[in-house]
Design a protein around this ligand. Sequence first.
Ligand SMILES: NC(=O)c1ccc[n+]([C@@H]2O[C@H](COP(=O)([O-])OP(=O)(O)OC[C@H]3O[C@@H](n4cnc5c(N)ncnc54)[C@H](O)[C@@H]3O)[C@@H](O)[C@H]2O)c1
Length: 454
Amino acid sequence: MVKVYKNVCITGAGNGIGRAIAIAMSNEGYNVVCADIDLKQAKDTLDFILNKQGSGIAVETDVTKAFDIKNMINSTVDEFGSLDILVNNAGVTRTSNIMDLTEKDWYWINDVNAKGTFFSLQAAAKQMIKQNQGGRIINMASVGGKGFVDVSNAIYAASKGAVISLTKTAAQELAKYEITVNSICPGITHTNILSGIVKKRALEQNKSEEEIMRHYARDIPLKRPNDPEDIAEMVVFLSSKGARNISGQSYNIDGDFLSQTFSFLRSNDLIYGPAVKSYLMGKKPPPFDLLYWNSDCTNLPGKMALEYLEKFYKNNDFSKGKLEVLGEKVNLEQISQPIIAIGTFNDHIAPWKSSFNGLSKTSGEKVFILAGSGHIAGIINPEHSNKYGYWINNENYSTPEKWFNSSINKNGSWWNEWYEWKKQFLAEKIISTKMIGITEIEPAPGRYVKKKNK
Ligand SMILES: NC(=O)c1ccc[n+]([C@@H]2O[C@H](COP(=O)([O-])OP(=O)(O)OC[C@H]3O[C@@H](n4cnc5c(N)ncnc54)[C@H](O)[C@@H]3O)[C@@H](O)[C@H]2O)c1
């Protein structure tokens, strides 16, 4: 990911998510300040980083104390010359039911989670404004702040709600200084905090800790809690050049990530229009089943989703021969098998000329079909519908324009061409999973396609 800044300070870097963030940022080449109330743990994270040839310092910091916050910022600037990114990650909780919570809990949890976050943010913003080079502030909130059902306790949920709200307001006020402010809302994540919650719930419900974990996992689309590294990947992204125009957002880390990204690609149709018409003007949304197609909750791990967007969508690395897979550079020319590819005339996400250019670089036999209509309706066009039509041409693959000008326009759905094209291969040996040495998981179409989006 392209870096624009050099120096990052992370609170609560001694354990769990903070430690994973410190390591991930160091792997990306940042100078890392590991701040934690527990200096021994902060030093442990730092040692790990230094052993891997990274660079950083450890600073004892209690984020509830103004003096410590000031010292944390000053130490960063003294050591590395500037503070570019602050990750407000330190957080505490204890698992408790609403009736058992005390005033002491209120002050402790809010002091660290809400007050600590706010005053660290304020001190960092002052320093960033002085430096006049913008900056990034990333706050660790929680899905608990958005009403997650099995949060550790109500005070914790309120403290994280405060983080989400202050993120929004701070983003608005600090935008004029080119400082972005976002928060991340992890779901349950394998750390000490989670172990505490699981132990308590197991005791309360007279179940084993494994049973409690299984119960949690059942409700997660990806069927597993986060690893701290999943959260760290998001911090790397929000710190990168690619995130320069993202501010005031609170991102859940869960399986819905990619679907939201696709919605943003067509935000006028999928977000703002419906928000204005239905939410602000109270109009009943028109029946628009195609929206469901777009909200396919593709369950990709965060790292894979980000790499996909960065390398394929943004940098076009595969086409440029710059994509690296397991240390090998791969490019489109290496694809030599026959390909039939489809573009649609009004596609807003994959413009047909780009798809065409991609196909023309492959070295095998190729057929390009240009279907009428757009990204969704043009593709889902049943063969009996007799709608939209398509253009086809087996020659002139030098430019999209030459190909189009000598193409034939036919009526009906492109699907019929696909059926015909496939027939030539059916006579050949059909490759089974056994022949290529992989085991069949279950009969087609598999459970995944039947899974309902929540
Ligand atoms: N683990 C989860 O399931 C989960 C889910 C949602 C949000 N979060 C949030 O992620 C953040 C990190 O949590 P974690 O799970 O890694 O917890 P953790 O307990 O493993 O680590 C928290 C770190 O914060 C430090 N810390 C505590 N009080 C501090 C203070 N006053 N000043 C400075 N440092 C202090 C601790 O010493 C520790 O190193 C927290 O803000 C937490 O609320 C965690």
